[in-house]
Design a protein around this ligand. Structure first.
Ligand code: MGP
Ligand code: SAH
Length: 296
């Protein structure tokens, strides 16, 4: 018979900010942002009681034998019980689960994702950088065109007066609302269910953030990914042109292998700043800043 069952979890976070510097690339200025490194490790030190897991384990108890209890089996069962179905049903998703606190530091407070969001959400530290950049330039209203689970919208709401966010999928908007409540910023976000291409011309804001569907994890397998492959069949240039109806100030969040020359070609005469984002010392993604980002 199990006595009181305890879950033991201990999180350790090492925060080591690195320098931001710029580099010249083919005569043009390219800012390289090296993000800070987060490392989390789990070890069995601090007891945390998990009532759900406790209940499940008690119900699995076998009274018919007096077999000794295998502690590692108990731990396995507890860990399995806390994982959402999207993780349990997709063995390849363990890496996303391991990164859950990088996606949302408040994950344990009730954050919910769906299958595609586990690989689409912008990690919190990166979303925070986007939001700080928008705030630094004095923007008070920002459009987050592809809301998803709210990874970006939440961070924008923490630095800006108002966020307008759109998503074609009503279930995603529900997730984003719930997640933004956990961060206490739901009241600063206007959630719109609809097609960004249709809604864009009616929106007004100081800046637009774009994180459209890239084409799923396979997009990262290409050596070079064309802008036309982003959000097929529309293509990344159509997304950009839709955003231009709202503001010239656009942040485009794109895969690390995106064709940079195609990005620059979106504004042959205008200002384009390309930022490489490194997470845990690995190239993670690309930010392209279009328009005037000096303080207004
Ligand atoms: P990932 O699939 O976890 O790549 O995506 P990773 O970890 O480099 O894969 P590995 O197998 O090489 O280790 C990395 C990040 O890119 C995600 O956390 C999202 O922030 C972003 N991302 C990935 N995809 C496929 C999309 C997408 O389709 N749309 C958007 N907006 N972001 C995406
Ligand atoms: N940045 C988000 C993830 C965005 S994933 C986060 O951090 O949580 C891309 C989102 O674009 C998906 O939720 C998808 O439903 C949405 N989407 C797809 N087509 C769309 C369209 N035409 N208009 C608006 N949103 C769309």
């Amino acid at each position: 018979m199990f006595g009181s069952l305890k879950r033991k979890l201990f999180f350790e976070e090492t925060f080591s900010p690195k320098e931001k510097h710029t580099e010249s690339n083919d005569g043009e200025t390219e800012a390289i942002f090296v993000s800070s490194t987060i490392q989390r490790s789990e070890s069995a030190d601090t007891p945390v009681i998990d009532p759900v897991s406790e209940q499940q384990l008690v119900s699995h108890e076998d009274h018919s034998t007096s077999q000794p209890i295998d502690a590692s089996d108990v731990v396995d069962r507890i860990q399995r019980a806390e994982k959402p179905a999207e993780i349990r049903n997709n063995p390849g998703y363990e890496k996303y689960w391991a990164n859950r606190y990088k996606l949302f530091s408040k994950y344990d407070e009730g954050i919910k994702l769906d299958t595609a969001m586990w690989y689409s959400v912008t990690p919190e530290k990166i979303a925070k950088e986007h939001a700080e950049r928008v705030a630094r330039c004095g923007c008070s209203v920002v459009v987050d065109a592809f809301c998803g689970a709210g990874g970006n919208a939440i961070q924008f709401a923490l630095t800006c007066k108002k966020v307008i966010t759109t998503d074609i999928d009503p279930e995603r908007i529900k997730l984003a609302k719930r997640n933004s409540e956990i961060y206490g910023v739901a009241d600063r976000i206007e959630f719109m269910v609809g097609d960004f291409f249709e809604i864009a011309s009616s929106l007004k804001a100081d800046a637009v953030f774009l994180s459209p569907p890239w084409g799923g994890p396979p997009c990262l397998k290409y050596d070079v990914y064309s802008l036309s492959q982003i959000f097929e069949p529309y293509g990344g240039d159509r997304v950009y042109r839709a955003a231009k109806q709202i503001s010239d100030r656009i942040i485009y969040f794109l895969p690390r292998n995106i064709d940079i020359s195609e990005l620059k070609a979106l504004e042959p005469e205008g200002h384009v700043e390309i930022e490489r984002i490194y997470l845990d010392d690995e190239l993670f993604a690309i930010n392209a800043y279009f328009g005037d980002w000096s303080k207004s």
